[in-house]
Write a protein that binds this ligand. Structure first.
Ligand code: ASP
Ligand code: MG
Length: 424
């Protein structure tokens, strides 16, 4: 017998029939004798609808500012999860399973005061653990908690993944199963590379890179939390028949296990290829090469909430002038150029150039730490296809390459096959 947290995303609870199907997944684990807590998202599309209402309300009353109180935003958008938690509890009860719904404040899931993007600070799992011991299933509304001001708080879009991992950590669950509309984490996007393979296991650190680089399976924060608390997390599909053979296999369920790297015995050098579209590159030419220039550039950009990613500074030829290149999301270019213009005196550069519509392709793998030549393989493969590299950055477990947008798919396919990731 084990303790399992099962999380179901929006598409998995999109309508009443899907919720019934989710209840069957839960029943399978309950029947196997496990203690189960379930975390649910809102029905798909629901949160967008609620956000739309919040945004439109001020306009409807003719307010001249679009401002709204973030605490009321949370009160409205958190309701989507409340609905699914109740409906799933009803479905479970109708299958003769002892179950009840929980909202964030009832548990309580305590958060900080950052309404709309709150962070979980503490979860009191005692009551739920007791009731699980008596055979009751807790159906918990994801995405929400209660702030220090005693008001409902939400965790930011996609936050129910984070709720699930946090609940799993608090309940000391053996496993956190994230049920979604894909059946696991792949070596790359299968829509681009049909030969992509489902990974049996991926290390937390690798998943963090995959998630933040555009393999949008899980909210990034949930992976960080899983890594900190070492929550073994499975990504698996809710769309498979709940009673198909192997679905209840405790040690080896279908899906991808995100786990500590020590658990991965046969570590490949490269685990996956991720990409991020709509990147833009900004270059400052002939900057003074002196202490404080980087701070003068990136300080004001940060204050304007512009998310800077790759940063490349060249070593100056004569110690007087240098060039600095960095990337931002394409949507932020105009804002960034404006901020740089306002600070031109202070920074001291000659010209600023920019280019949008670029793509960042990344090769990810913990095995890179102990293998030489991984980057050279990528460069050669891209060269053979005539793909020009605009910028390169590396970390211990990642090589990121900036290229022109139209080459994105070719580059991803090329890298995927040059590291032997294609399935046979
Ligand atoms: N329902 C929320 C959203 O759409 C939270 C989630 O689904 O994870 O962002
Ligand atoms: Mg999600």
């Amino acid at each position: 017998m084990a303790r399992i947290v099962m999380k179901f995303g929006g598409t998995s609870v999109a309508d009443l029939d899907r919720i019934k199907n989710v209840a069957r997944h839960v029943k399978r684990e309950v029947d196997a004798g496990h203690e189960v807590a379930v975390v649910v998202s809102a029905m798909s599309g629901k949160t967008n609808e609620l956000v739309g209402w919040v945004q439109n309300m001020p306009k409807v009353v003719g307010a001249n500012s679009p401002f709204y109180d973030a605490r009321e935003y949370d009160a409205v958008v958190a309701s989507g999860e409340q609905v699914t938690a109740g409906l799933l509890a009803i479905a479970l009860q109708a299958m003769d399973i002892n179950a009840r719904s929980w909202q964030g404040w009832q548990i309580a899931i305590r958060t900080d005061n950052a309404h709309g993007a709150a962070r979980i600070q503490e979860i009191d799992g005692a009551d739920i653990v007791n009731r699980m011991g008596e055979g009751q299933v807790a159906v918990i509304a994801g995405f929400q908690g209660i702030g220090p001001d005693n008001r409902i708080a939400t965790l930011g879009r996609g936050g129910s993944d984070t709720s699930a991992v946090a609940v799993a950590a608090a309940l000391k669950a053996d496993r956190c199963d994230i049920y979604t509309d894909v059946d696991g984490v792949y070596t790359t996007d299968p829509r681009i590379v049909p030969q992509a393979r489902r990974l049996k296991k991926i290390a937390f650190e690798e998943m963090l890179e995959m998630a933040s680089l555009g393999a949008k399976v899980l909210q990034v924060r949930s992976v960080e939390l899983a890594m900190v608390h070492k929550v073994r997390t499975f990504v698996r599909s809710s769309f498979e028949d709940p009673d198909a053979p192997g679905m209840g296999d405790f040690l080896n369920p279908p899906g991808t296990l995100i786990c500590d790297e020590d658990e991965i015995v046969e570590q490949e050098v490269v685990t996956g290829i991720a990409y991020a579209k709509d990147e833009a590159q900004i270059s400052l030419r002939r900057l003074a090469d002196r202490p404080g220039v980087s701070a003068a550039i990136f300080g004001p950009l940060a204050e304007s909430h512009i998310n800077v990613d790759m940063i490349v500074q060249n070593i100056s030829e004569d110690g007087s002038k240098t060039d600095m290149t960095f990337t931002v999301p394409s949507g932020d270019v105009d804002k960034a150029i404006k901020v740089l213009g306002e600070n031109k005196e202070k920074i001291g550069y000659d010209v600023v150039q920019n280019e949008s519509g670029l793509v960042k392709v990344s090769v990810i793998g913990i095995g890179m730490r102990s293998h030489a030549g991984v980057a050279a393989t990528a460069f050669k493969a891209l060269a053979d296809k005539g793909i020009n590299i605009k910028a390169i950055t590396t970390s211990e477990i990642k090589i990121s390459i900036l290229i022109d947008g139209p080459y994105a798919e070719l580059a991803v396919r090329t890298l995927h096959s040059c590291y032997g990731l294609d399935k046979n």
